[in-house]
Each structure stands twice: as structure tokens, then as C-alpha cells.
Design a protein around this ligand. Structure first.
Ligand code: ATP
Ligand code: MP5
Length: 276
């Protein structure tokens, strides 16, 4: 039987991010994908033209319908939009005791649209993040959650420790927004050990949906039963190849290429470890 994964996120009509990126990634990694849609976005490569929330009963019922009949090996959350939706997801996490919960704390689209209301921040931090197997903030999201300045590498390590104190089993701080370096470092901390995934920065604008795709690949790998570090290592390889082979679509930044990993064999990225 195929492993199963459920994504709870927003729909991106343009197909590059959100539910669409998650389901494509699950499929590429041979995991049966299921979805609970929190909001419909009218979106393309240029931006988000509209956000249409799904009513609370609809969000709740999608999760219940999937869980009561099919069940899941792992859950990923993306765009959750508001406090009420976060509270529902948090209650469902308690009720169903999901084996793995990957929380991608999506706040703003790359094109600048708000995908999480400010009033929802408290629930995200205190109700959902503590239940996560892993959270995957980018640098701006980590700044908002911790209120810290993340200019230096040491700042980022401190922020990762602060984020870990909120209660998730592990924190993965993504480095895609690093501006002053030709390398990008993602920092993983599991409470004991720091792991660093370092890659050369790819010179491209086609990175729409990278965060969603990366977190979905981690979720798929956890659903397959891979240990956390290996699940992330393989997901990092997947997202790197997807960015290398990202392509132009429409007038704005194009999507990553979810199929790119098919043309490569093993994971090739280096993993550095630092015990603390
Ligand atoms: N130009 C790049 N070159 C190499 N890797 C990149 C680049 N941009 C992003 N990444 C990688 O892609 C993954 C997603 O990182 P990023 O920090 O961009 O997340 P995000 O901001 O949530 O993504 P999104 O663009 O979907 O909002 C990380 O592993 C990051 O290191
Ligand atoms: C429905 C939805 N979820 C997430 C993102 C973030 O992706 P990005 O930062 O690449 O715009 C998005 N644009 N739309």
C-alpha cells in the first residue's frame, strides 16, 4: 500500500504553490496525496488577485472526512489564513494524534500578499507550532515569530534555539532569503544537534512555491517512514533539483520543476553536523 499524506493549505490557481505544489510533490515521491483546502486563492505568476476563505465547517469536514475513512501517515500545513482555522487544525491534531505534523508557517506570498492574518499569530505560535514534528520557517517568518534580528549566522542559530523552545520536535530555518552570500544554508536543529545543508545560490527568479514544495517533500518522506534527518536531506535534494530546473511561465516568477528529481539518482548534497 502507498504511504498517505494530507495537506491542509490554500489552493493556488496558478499551480506553483499551495495545495497544487503539495499534491504534485506527493505524487512525484510515490505518496498518495489528500487535501483539506483552507482558502481558494486566485493567483498566477504575477501575484495574488483574490483570497476566498473556505468556511470553517468546510475546513473541519474535509479533515474529518479524510481521517475517519482513509487516515494518513503524515500531515503538512501551509496557508492557514486565520485564527479559527488554526484552532480547528490544532484540535484535529490532538484528536487524531497524527504520526508526523509538518508546519510550514506561511505568512506572505513571494508576490507580497498576506496569507495569514496578524490576529492568527498567537494561535500559530502557541497552539499549532508546539504540536509539530518540524516547523519550516523562512528567514522573514522566523523574524516575525521570534522578534529577533537575523542578520548573522549566529543570530540565526540563536533564533532556531528560541523557535525550538516553543515546543516543536525540530526546527528547519530555510536560507532562501539570504541576500549577502553566494551560498544558502538551511539550519536544522532537533534540540541536540545542528545540521547544515549548504548549497550554492542558484541565480534564478523561478522560485515560486519552493517553500511549499520543500515542506511537502519532507512530509512525503516522513510518511514513508524515513528518519527525520534523512527525510530532510532527501527533500533538500528534491527541492534543489526542482529549483535548478525551474522554468518560465506567465509574466512573473515561474514555478519549480517537480519532476526534475527523476533525472538524477542519489541525493548528492552535503550534510554538515555540529553537536551542541
Ligand atoms: N536561489 C536559490 N538557490 C538555491 N536554493 C534556494 C534558492 N532559493 C531558495 N532555495 C532553497 O529552497 C528552499 C525554500 O527556501 P526559502 O527560504 O525560499 O523558503 P520560502 O521563502 O518559504 O519559499 P517560497 O519562495 O515558496 O516563499 C530552501 O531549501 C532554500 O535553501
Ligand atoms: C496558496 C498559497 N500557499 C502558499 C504560497 C507561498 O508561496 P510563495 O512564497 O512561493 O508565493 C502561495 N503563494 N499561495
Amino acid at each position: 500500500m502507498l504511504p498517505k499524506a494530507l495537506t491542509i493549505a490554500g489552493s493556488d490557481s496558478g499551480g506553483g504553490a499551495g495545495i497544487q505544489a503539495d499534491l504534485k510533490t506527493f505524487q512525484e515521491l510515490n505518496v498518495f496525496g489528500m487535501s483539506a483546502i483552507t482558502a481558494i486563492t486566485a493567483q498566477n505568476t504575477i501575484g495574488v488577485q483574490g483570497v476566498f476563505p473556505v468556511d470553517l465547517k468546510g475546513v473541519e469536514q474535509q479533515i474529518t472526512s479524510v481521517m475517519d475513512d482513509i487516515g494518513t501517515d503524515a500531515v503538512k500545513t501551509g496557508m492557514l489564513l486565520n485564527r479559527d482555522i488554526i484552532e480547528i487544525v490544532s484540535e484535529k491534531a490532538d484528536h487524531y494524534r497524527w504520526p508526523y505534523l509538518v508546519v510550514d508557517p506561511v505568512m506572505i506570498s513571494t508576490s507580497g500578499s498576506k496569507l495569514l492574518h496578524e490576529e492568527a499569530m498567537d494561535a500559530l505560535i502557541h497552539k499549532l507550532i508546539p504540536k509539530a514534528t518540524i516547523i519550516t520557517p523562512n528567514i522573514p517568518e522566523a523574524k516575525v515569530i521570534t522578534g529577533m534580528n537575523l542578520s548573522t549566522f549566529e543570530d540565526r542559530k540563536s533564533a532556531v534555539k528560541e523557535l525550538h523552545k516553543l515546543g516543536p520536535q525540530a526546527v528547519l530555518l530555510k536560507g532562501g532569503h539570504e541576500e549577502n552570500s553566494d551560498h544558502i544554508v538551511d539550519i536544522l536543529f532537533d534540540g541536540e544537534t545542528f545540521y547544515y545543508f549548504t548549497v550554492p545560490k542558484i541565480n534564478t527568479i523561478h522560485t515560486h512555491g519552493t517553500g511549499c514544495t520543500y515542506a511537502a517533500a519532507i512530509t512525503a518522506n516522513l510518511a514513508k517512514g524515513l528518519p527525520l534527518t534523512k527525510a530532510i536531506h532527501e527533500a533538500k535534494s528534491f527541492i534543489h533539483l526542482a529549483i535548478v530546473h525551474g522554468f518560465s511561465l506567465g509574466e512573473g516568477p515561474g514555478p519549480t520543476n517537480h519532476s526534475a528529481h527523476r533525472f538524477y539518482s542519489d541525493s548528492f548534497l552535503e550534510l554538515k553536523v555540529d553537536t551542541e
